[in-house]
Design a protein around this ligand. Sequence first.
Ligand code: ADE
Ligand code: ZN
Length: 321
Amino acid sequence: MTLAELPKIELHLHIEGAAPPEFVRRLAAEKHVDLSGIFRPDGAYAFHGFKHFLEVYEAATSVLRTPEDYARLTRAVLERSAEAGVIYTEAFLSPDFCGGGEVAAWRDYVAAIAEAAAQADAARGVAMRGVVTCIRHFGPERAKAAALCAAETAGEFVTGFGMGGDERMGRQSDFAWAFDCAREAGLGLTTHAGEWAGPESVAEALELGVARIGHGVRAVEDPALVDRLAERGVVLEVCPGSNLALGLYPAPEAHPIDRLRAAGVPVTVSTDDPPFFHTDMVREYALLNRAFGWEEDVFAELNRTAARAAFCDEALRARLL
Ligand code: ADE
Ligand code: ZN
């Protein structure tokens, strides 16, 4: 089987970050919004560094204004996922962008996205579940509102809660109320950590009681922490192409995913924000194959790890395993 044909499970995909630039340009034209400043002459997203990436991301997201916009986005994103051989993806969905944290509006967005996802599964065999995401640099109060939205819609489609955004703002523990609320609603928990802050941020994430960590790669700087991750079986949602595109590591061979796996940490692979980082799941696998010689057997192991760690019901998990 070629890398393109291998079935793939992805646990870390930001729905807005997966918006193809041509999709955002079309919406901007329909809504008469000038977004020319966020694109390069060749049409790709233009940004330099993480902070600017977040600004461009939020500018692109500003043209996604209705549940139908998100349904269209979901269809476009899952079409690309299916082309890359993805059979399951967990998408980060933000009440901050979908209805501004209002529960009633949020419900409409979730309904539209879930319906578009169900259609994509029926047509292309790619299942999706939603992980409601608060945005760290928007602060703990808005995170509470996001958690309440998550709790109100927890069910077959909304299965997890997480946090993205600028990890350099505040501490993980500032958001404990939101994570406790989501846990009580029965949601699986994950948070971005160890991407823009060091191992201490990953240790704080463990205190929050998450089952998974978004990125987590900088845990490698603390061998005792790596042992704790391995012992506890905390799953890392590693996004090598994202880390390289944002300059976290200078070259694929310098990326710590191979060392983390060798130390017994359960690692999985995802794209994060594929068109921003010029990646997809086939390119991620190809990068790992070239840098570390990973072959089909390792990718099968990653997918088993991802299927076990997926925030989904047991019937769907059985389909993935
Ligand atoms: N939101 C979208 N992509 C992100 C990333 N790589 N880190 C934190 N927040 C994000
Ligand atoms: Zn992310």
